[in-house]
Write a protein that binds this ligand. Structure first.
Ligand code: AMP
Ligand code: ZN
Length: 483
């Protein structure tokens, strides 16, 4: 069975057939860097990582692009309020975002373009739309996309969402980046400079100003992946207007179909409610790390629900993630021991056992891999995938307890697990649990010791202790242990 995915464009589950296999071009709408990304954002980004890892597991050569939205309405407002420069303001949150991606063990996208570095591509795209008569400059100096003209060319506005055009007045305009589908109207491509924009503006043939949010993604995605590419992802809130507008701008300018498969992740609720600062249920990744949870536990929990189902995130769920990971880790630990240990006991050396056809035993590596792949192929049916994993853990534990796995069996089980983990991205416990800040303190202590600066190395050891970590110096080098 090949991979099947739910395509928002056709509103159905479709066989995934990329435009130029084995290559796959995949664009995920990235963060708007005006704050630390919250756990809802992380659900969507971890979903993007699952899609990428699944495609790579299936042998596709993926080019993964994730933009950094570093200029739009909310950012301008914050730059004005904090009296900082645009770059200084967004740089801090962009660095935090990239660090958080690593904490959650997401594979780094191959390209992370910043909107502000694509201004000339954005301007060219707008010029093309103006030349084609689909965009126009309004009296306020801004350039708008004309939905009437676009539809007049036989193009469809409303490919992802059914829209009612009866109540729409031709030429009615909306300037803000975000609006509801009830306000469907000509949207801004280039926003003329206003005093509130401060220093945030660029020269252009249409006058000084800045790009609208939607055109940024069209310019960056088509520049890097070409006019037509395979996959476009984001949270469900982006379907309208952001993705609908991206389609209109891109297809309006190139005359070619923009994206073959649109994938949207459902939203995350916290303790059954929409996240909000006033309800006290608003968590950034960093808030959860400060509560003592690890990136690995958070990743696991975010990966437990199907991407098209609303997910209820709870702190209790995170405790459960800790217990579930402990079960997997314990089983893997025992398998590693078995794989390294010399064969002993009759069951381990029983030649009859090797006569069993591969895949006939529940929990056998081939069967594990086959079932896991089937689950993913079924529109990323992650619940079935985890079901397979835990069934395998149970069966492996039973075999280990019975002493019926020899070293070769244990080692092939571990090989199968590593393939599975190339999709799940859990890594091993020790790798995943040492935060980057702690690892760099350990490296600094090593450097101080090598320089014979023992005062400094002791000070770093004390600092690590205050943060809850002790260093054990072993013949193989220093090791960190959690207090
Ligand atoms: P933003 O930084 O606001 O542009 O959002 C980045 C990504 O997070 C987008 O794909 C959004 O659709 C997604 N997102 C925002 N809120 C949530 C949420 N509560 N649950 C899941 N995804 C979300
Ligand atoms: Zn986007």
């Amino acid at each position: 069975m090949g991979l099947k995915l739910f395509n928002t464009l056709s509103r159905s589950i479709q066989e995934f057939a990329p435009l130029a296999p084995p290559k796959v071009g995949m664009y995920c709408c990235g963060p708007t860097v005006y704050d630390f990304a919250h756990i809802g954002n992380w659900r969507t980004f971890v979903f993007g990582d699952l899609v990428r890892r699944t495609l790579e597991f299936k042998g596709y050569a993926v080019t993964h692009v994730m933009n950094i939205t570093d200029v739009e309405d909310k950012i301008i407002k914050h730059v004005r309020e904090t009296k900082t420069s645009l770059r200084e303001f967004t740089g801090k949150y962009e660095a935090a975002f990239l660090e958080d991606l690593k904490t959650l063990n997401c594979r780094l996208p191959h390209h992370t373009p910043r909107a502000t570095e694509y201004i000339s591509e954005i301007i060219s795209l707008i010029e093309k739309l103006v030349q084609r008569g689909i965009a126009y400059k309004a009296a306020d100096g801004s350039v708008y996309f004309s939905i009437e003209k676009y539809r007049g060319c036989g193009c469809t506005y409303g490919q992802l969402l059914k829209l009612n055009f009866d109540e729409m007045k031709a030429g009615e305009r909306v300037k803000s980046d975000e609006y509801a589908k009830e306000s469907v109207a000509d949207f801004a491509l280039w926003k003329a400079r206003v005093p509130e924009d401060g220093d945030v503006f660029w020269p252009s043939p249409f006058g000084e100003g800045r790009p609208g949010w939607h055109i940024e993604c069209s310019a960056m995605s088509t520049k890097i992946l070409g006019p037509s590419f395979d996959l476009h992802l984001g949270g469900e809130d982006l379907i309208f207007p952001h993705h609908e507008d991206e389609i209109a701008q891109s297809e309006g300018a190139t005359g070619k179909p923009f994206v073959k498969y649109w994938l949207h992740g459902a939203h995350l609720l916290v303790e059954g409610k929409k996240m909000s600062k006033s309800l006290g249920n608003f968590f950034t990744l960093r808030d959860l790390l400060a509560k003592g949870f690890t990136g690995r536990e958070i990743r696991y929990l975010l990966l437990t629900a199907h991407y098209r189902e609303t997910f209820n995130f709870t702190l209790e769920g995170l405790q459960g993630a800790h217990a579930a990971l402990a079960r997997i880790d314990e089983c893997l630990g025992k398998l590693r021991e078995a794989a390294g240990a010399p064969a002993s006991g009759s069951a381990r050396t029983d030649p009859q056992k090797n006569l069993q056809p591969a895949g006939s035993v529940t929990g056998a590596p081939n069967e594990l891999l086959a079932r896991f792949t089937d689950a993913l192929d079924d529109d990323l049916n992650i619940s079935a995938a985890w079901g397979t994993v835990f069934e395998w853990v149970r069966e492996t534990n039973r075999q280990l307890a019975e002493n019926s796995l020899n070293a070769a069996d244990a080692s092939s089980a571990l090989t199968a697990w590593n393939k599975i983990d190339s999709v799940l991205g859990l890594g091993t416990k020790s790798e995943a649990e040492v935060p980057a800040e702690i690892s760099s303190l350990l490296a600094a202590r090593q450097a101080a010791r090598q320089a014979k600066d023992f005062k400094k190395s002791d000070a770093i050891r004390d600092e690590l202790k205050a943060k809850g970590w002790v260093i054990e110096d072993t013949p193989k080098g220093p090791k960190l242990k959690k207090l």
